[in-house]
Design a protein around this ligand. Structure first.
Ligand code: ADP
Ligand code: ZN
Length: 603
């Protein structure tokens, strides 16, 4: 279906985009046709445009509910910069600003109003907006309404009621969270009648996916970051202390690094975040407290020093890289200690058993991804319900992974578990297979078992990995509620009885095979720092403009625009207007300046 002609014009004239993305087309069509919509697009998928463009086409006021003030501030400044009348109502406003926004609403001039759910729930706010008329209600990060999710926000639970108070305007809810329970919750709480639901491609082909067991100490990660000097990146750590240790370590290597975690005071956090957003080439070393609502499109890499919390968390965190669609790298380290810690955290939490079980399942799915025997992207997308071909753009596709028929190994482990009455944890089972006489092994007489020492040909690290892999493959489960005893599932019995075979990997934790240095996945950006004089000149110009306007550099122009300018070397305003991200407003504002940078760098 061709896009509404006025939408098409606005898209290129105001936003400077050539076309909507595949995932955006049906959503924008549905919103323009007046339907209520639930849009599930992954991070970076371009959710904002799905309500911003209709807001302009429809006219009137679009109210955008957004949970984070920092995000609102950036969105509003980006929109204002495009010449779109936008404002935010939140606790950071002073009285004068608030008055100006209400005036613009009263005069029918404001198109997009960003507002926090708390603010919307405040006495009078919704009623006052209703009097002026709301043409569209957009609810960003809609998963916050769900108690199943990790980001539940009580204020979001009232949004159904608030929508009624606003006069039940057409609504679009947007989220990147795909799991079914959350989806159902969103629909139930926000919509009276079922909305049109769109789920679009979770594949992020520009992200290189890699996960590695922690075996090379800190050097591996330092090398990875050093190879990307001058690029903006995020390093996620498991604890506050780790963020500080790593930031200091990177600084000593001459890499500009800042720490970010919830234990830092507000001012430091704000400063570090602003620096990361506004300057190029800073590595943010952070806990997961950092990132929600950080809309920095040119993050070139995301690394994890330890295993993330779940596949959803992993996806969300790596998804903060390469939001501009340009190549970006990800690298996640995992180790036994992380896994043990995660299990402990789950066991010791006060959550009800069903939630704990759900958490354990999530953890196991994540481990299965870490130790996947085939294309990592295929494994990841399968979790979200998408089938794809091997991608050629992940560590497993690129470096290959040697699998072997691990049926016999699996049987050794399964047999040790069964022969000890399914009453012991992983370490005990590994000791038996290895033939180690620990105090516990002798006390239970397990050194007399037939399986004792049957796996002396492999190392302890290998057996641990194999044990996790058969758990990842669903052959065994662990009784989390008591002592972590392992027991066989039906699939496990199938393998033990020789009715089913299983492929396993050899090269996970602890194997000493040499690892290839990860090549940068960002060749298009290789010259971004100094190689191309025009690119360097444009970046310098952009930094100066961004500083003087106190906005992030990408608000002036994203990297992609600069790269297109370098490629096209435009000499006229109309040639410039054809490039990505250059709408009429940007052209008026920066066109001549850009042309003069091009002229002087070329001449
Ligand atoms: P999300 O909220 O889904 O994570 P955003 O709305 O922040 O994603 O969009 C991500 C990036 O993609 C932004 O830099 C945005 O300008 C860009 N973008 C969105 N839609 C398009 C499009 N149709 N063409 C080009 N760039 C786009
Ligand atoms: Zn792959």
């Amino acid at each position: 279906m061709p896009l509404d002609a006025s939408a098409e014009t606005l898209l290129s004239r105001v936003f400077g985009f050539k076309a909507l993305r595949d995932g955006q087309v049906p959503i924008v069509d549905a919103v323009l046709s007046g339907a209520d919509v639930l849009a599930i697009l992954p991070t970076g998928g371009g959710k904002s445009l799905c309500y911003q463009l209709p807001a302009l086409v429809k006219g009137g006021l679009t109210v955008v509910v957004s949970p984070l003030i920092a995000l609102m501030r950036d969105q509003v400044s980006a929109l204002t910069d495009l010449g779109i009348p936008a404002g935010a109502l939140n606790s950071m406003n002073d009285a004068q600003e608030t008055r100006r926004i209400w005036d613009e609403i009263a005069e029918g001039r404001l198109r997009l109003l960003y507002v926090s759910p708390e603010r919307l729930a405040l006495n009078g706010t919704a009623d006052r907006l209703a009097r002026h008329g709301v043409s569209l209600l957009a609810i960003d990060e809609a998963h916050c309404v769900s108690q199943w999710g990790h980001d539940f926000r009580p204020e979001y639970a009232q949004l159904g009621e608030i929508r009624r108070r606003l006069g039940q305007p057409q609504a679009i809810a947007l989220t990147a969270t795909a799991d079914k329970a959350t989806r159902a919750d969103i629909i139930e709480r926000l919509f009276d009648a079922p909305p049109e639901v769109f789920v679009h491609g979770f594949d992020r082909p520009n992200l290189f996916l890699a996960m590695r067991p922690k075996s090379g100490g800190r050097r591996e990660l330092i090398d990875f970051i050093e190879a990307r000097k001058g690029q903006s990146g995020i390093v996620y750590c498991a604890s506050r202390k780790d963020t500080e240790t790593w930031a200091a370590l990177l600084e000593r290597q001459g890499i500009r690094a800042l720490a970010y975690h919830a234990g830092l005071d507000m001012e430091t956090r704000r400063q570090n975040q602003d620096a990361f957003l506004q300057e190029d080439g800073i590595v943010m070393v952070a806990t997961v407290a950092f990132g929600m609502g950080i809309d920095k499109p040119d993050v070139r890499f995301v690394a994890h020093t330890a295993l993330p919390k779940s596949i959803e968390a992993y996806y969300q965190e790596i998804g903060r890289a390469g939001r501009d669609g340009l190549p970006a790298d990800t690298l996640t380290f995992y180790g036994l200690d992380d896994i043990r810690l995660r299990r402990l955290q789950i066991e010791e939490s006060d959550a009800p058993d069903e939630v704990k079980r759900a958490e354990v399942q999530r953890l196991n799915a994540l481990l299965a991804l870490a130790e996947a025997p085939r294309c990592r992207r295929q494994t990841l997308l399968q979790y979200f319900g998408e089938q794809t071909e091997p991608c050629g753009h992940c560590d497993l596709c690129r470096d290959g992974v040697s699998t072997f028929d691990g049926t016999v190994e699996a049987q050794k482990l399964l047999s040790a578990i069964v022969r000890t009455g399914e009453r012991f944890g992983g370490e005990h089972i590994v000791a038996i297979v290895l033939g180690e006489t620990s105090e516990q092994v002798t006390r239970f007489g397990h050194d007399k078992l037939k399986t004792f020492g049957c796996g002396a040909d492999r190392t302890k690290a290998e057996w641990r990995s194999l044990l996790r892999q058969i758990a990842g493959a669903g052959l065994i489960e662990q009784d989390i509620a008591s002592y972590g005893q392992l027991y066989l599932t039906d699939a496990g019995w199938e393998v033990l009885k020789g009715r089913r075979r299983i492929e396993l990997r050899v090269d996970t934790l602890g194997s000493k095979g040499k690892r290839k240095q990860l090549a940068s996945a960002a060749p298009a950006l290789a010259g971004l720092s100094a190689d191309d004089p025009l690119l360097a000149a444009l970046k310098a110009w952009r930094t100066q403009v961004a500083k003087s306007q106190e906005v992030p550099a990408y608000v002036v122009f994203p990297d992609r625009t600069l790269i297109e300018i370098v490629a096209a070397r435009p000499h006229t305003l109309s040639a410039l207007a054809n490039l990505h991200g250059i709408g009429s407003r940007k052209l008026d504002r920066y066109g001549e300046a850009v042309l003069s940078v091009v002229r002087s760098a070329s001449g």
